[in-house]
Write a protein that binds this ligand. Sequence first.
Ligand SMILES: [Zn+2]
Length: 317
Amino acid sequence: MADAYSEKALELLASQKAAWDMAISGYGSLDSAEVRSFEFEGYEIKTQFNPGRIRSTAAKVDKKSVGERKCFLCEENRPAAQESIDYGDDFWILVNPFPIFPEHLTLPLRAHEPQRVLPFFPAMLDFARDLADRFTVFYNGPKCGASAPDHMHFQAGTRGFMPIDREFDELKRRYGKTLDEKGGVEATAIDDGLRKIVALEGSDKAALADRFARLHDVLAETIPNEEEPMMNVLVNREGETYRVVVLPRRKHRPERYHAEGEERVLLSPASVDLGGVAIIPVEEDFKRADRSVVEEVFREVFVERETLERIGEAYAD
Ligand SMILES: [Zn+2]
């Protein structure tokens, strides 16, 4: 079953890259994307110059702008050449025509409902299981990088592409603090100096959903919480074990995003950026984004150390 979905998704990608103009140009431009790499203690953050992502990075996600455009995830508004795979009764698997990853999927709910993680978290685990051998599944909150905050969707990208996919165990060993293991779900708070993370690991889907709901409650009390507590989420599955990486946020877009002239760096952090591949769609901004800019932006959007400690204490209470 699991392999079947990964395989079907890769077949869909191959056929869309051959026949759909948007996918052809999107994946074509990815081949020439420029990359810089910055080393930190035990991890790496890259920047990727990716002009094809301007639409997403610069997306206006305020209510008025969203209300005035046609939703690009609703079936009736999709380009005729865009094909889909049915995933259960509630979701679709689509090819993302503005890729960051060599294999990049969008996983929208069929119904046009607002972006929310809690009610769909079990579905996220199912996606992670069914796409495990090839993909990492991720979620961007409505004010944490989603360019369609009005239409519930997950995404999936080539597994191992984000440095955090392979660095996780090392981050946990160096910077992790075990919170508890209730319900067989190991919870760990990680502060690597730039990023603040709460990771949940376990093999029982119901127990994970239960502990995720607990964490969601705690976040609702401790971090900015409008539609939902601000967060990004990454999920992998290795063997029988799910690894859920929750990145709690305090800010949607950094000051530099809104700055002008020499100060500006058009970087709107979402799951992939925080997972270690920061996307910058404008060349001058990409050149300007040195190590200190990366540090500044990451520190700005994540919660502070004391907040992570409060989250950890409340979660394990
Ligand atoms: Zn929609």
